[in-house]
Design a protein around this ligand. Sequence first.
Ligand SMILES: Cc1cc2nc3c(=O)[nH]c(=O)nc-3n(C[C@H](O)[C@H](O)[C@H](O)COP(=O)(O)OP(=O)(O)OC[C@H]3O[C@@H](n4cnc5c(N)ncnc54)[C@H](O)[C@@H]3O)c2cc1C
Length: 638
Amino acid sequence: MSFGPHITRRDFLNGALLGVGGALLGCSPSRQIAQDDGSEASWSLRPDWYGYGGVGDYRFSHGNTPEVVETAHRLRDRGLPSGFDRVESIHHHDLVIVGAGVAGLGAALEYSKKRRAGQTCLMLDNHPIFGGEAKENEFEVGGVRLIGPQGSNSFFTPEIVSDPEGASGDPRYYAELGVPREFRFRDWEAVDKPLRYGRDNYEHLVRGLLEHTSLGHFFSTSPSAVGTWAIDMWERRLADTPLSETARGTLLKWYTSGATRQFASDEQAVRALDIMSYQEFLEQELHMGPEAARYADLLLASACGLGSDAVSAYVAYKLPMPGLTEPLPPGLRRASFPGGNSGFVRYFIKRLIPDAIAGTDSFEDIITGRINLDALDRAGQPLRVRLSSTVVSVEHEGDPASAGTARVVYTRQGRLYGIRARAVIMATGGWMNRYVVRDMPPEYREAYGQFVHAPFLVANVALTNWRFLHRLGITAAIWNRGEGDFGFTCNIRNPMQVGSYRPPLDPDQPTILTFYTPFHHPGLPMRVQTTRGRAELLNTSYPEFERKIYAQMMKLFAASGFNPQRDVAGLILNRWGHAFSVPFPGFFGGASGRAPRDIIRNRHGRIAFAHSELAGWQHWGTAADEGRRALNQLADAI
Ligand SMILES: Cc1cc2nc3c(=O)[nH]c(=O)nc-3n(C[C@H](O)[C@H](O)[C@H](O)COP(=O)(O)OP(=O)(O)OC[C@H]3O[C@@H](n4cnc5c(N)ncnc54)[C@H](O)[C@@H]3O)c2cc1C
């Protein structure tokens, strides 16, 4: 199958450039195999792996870069040194923060308020731009600027707090950073159809929010069979679906189930629910057929990495899912900045290093202003942010209980550098920390050993028009994932309007169609699911994913007029090898009350751990809280 001339040319150019990069990196053709015992296989990347990155400041950093993946796996295979004997230089900082995601930025914000005169902090991140999973993609299609999320997506506007310092999570940072509470979206002039639009990439998966979206479900029995659409099937009580009576009965029972259990406290909910998966809860307590769990997978795997067979019923209760909570109140909406939660990251950065983002501290400038990378790492400023730098070793200089410093080694452009620091915050995940922190005590290793990390792919397809969706009367699609299918959902958003950034909402104008794609294999052991998924994510070349995505779009939309040559302007893949820490039953302590994360949250000498994964399900506000907690734990060490 061949696609639009513009695509082919871009891919050719990118492929050629990546070929050169690959040769420099010493990449060989892929030879990766999924291991069924759940252990990670060895592998290497193909030169055509990374693909097109769009335009603008984020174009060189979409998902994990080949350099990040390659360095991380050398680290895992013990191919990188720990000591200062091979470093080019050694510098001193009071504090080193590893990771420039929201957790690292939360630590940096707290440091900026607590630091004493003369103290310095260096933040290191292995990607070419800050933000971690909260980054954005940018396209320009026919003169229209379009921004979409690379990963972290959206939010509910939190309650107003009068004392931000006394608050935590979203309300605290929302108030402290001055994020607006009202947003403008595009009016839909109902050109010829009364369509409804999600405001993010999750609403159409959530009971109580999906009613805001014109949602189509596509059913097909085999790759070759012609499928059928059921539009707005929940409002129509599944009437137009080809589902069996039994399946309909189960799904309707699930969808309409309110809170079947009441808890006096959160602790009680943990003890009662964190001992089983959501699937076990549905099947054993509510006696529902498997269809309910499989439908619940759509949201759970998109928000937690694996589906209801792996996710704790306690998380389902908090998210909130049918059977454990009442439906959300009507009128509630989520919002997503143009680049998803990259908007919050930009607020943090603007506060910490104002000229790192061009313009004033207005909403428009913070969200859409150009990034000035040179401002991040200037000598003399109290916080320096150094990108494209992978920390490969952190350890105390002496006994962790009494050492006065920790030794940090990082690699940048193939060279090794050393830092002597009074304290280190690892705002990075357990899959990394286990290899980087060389003197990690056994109980921390054991605790981290219980964490399960799942991969995820966000594919943003820039469209010249979306008439083919409009003809169907939908703005979001879900399909039953059959053999050979790609993903299970995609949608367009009503794009937030920010100052002069005003993307259109018109079926004959450009937009971004986003595929949120987990790699779950319900029923298999969790680690088998995640390693298989990672194998698929990392072992598929850009052209192969491109072929799969357009083939899926043909399957769904060819009959309503989709023509890839005409309608597609570009594709960006954002691959996250360890996107989510899966909150499995027991993650929060279960019946015993002993949670592995409680061990990690203890300070280890001059090192503290902060990552959104410690909160249980990853979220921007709690990520920043983890960073703040880590900074305060180390206050007397800095
Ligand atoms: C697809 C997707 C959708 C999501 N949607 C939402 C959402 O709607 N709302 C929400 O609140 N949250 C969402 N999240 C969760 C999101 O991950 C968190 O909200 C938050 O952004 C994570 O921040 P973090 O700092 O904990 O981790 P990360 O974002 O992972 O940041 C850690 C940083 O450290 C870097 N790093 C790791 N190891 C090293 C090393 N050795 N040396 C140097 N740097 C290193 C990493 O590359 C990364 O840049 C989503 C996540 C994904 C993947």
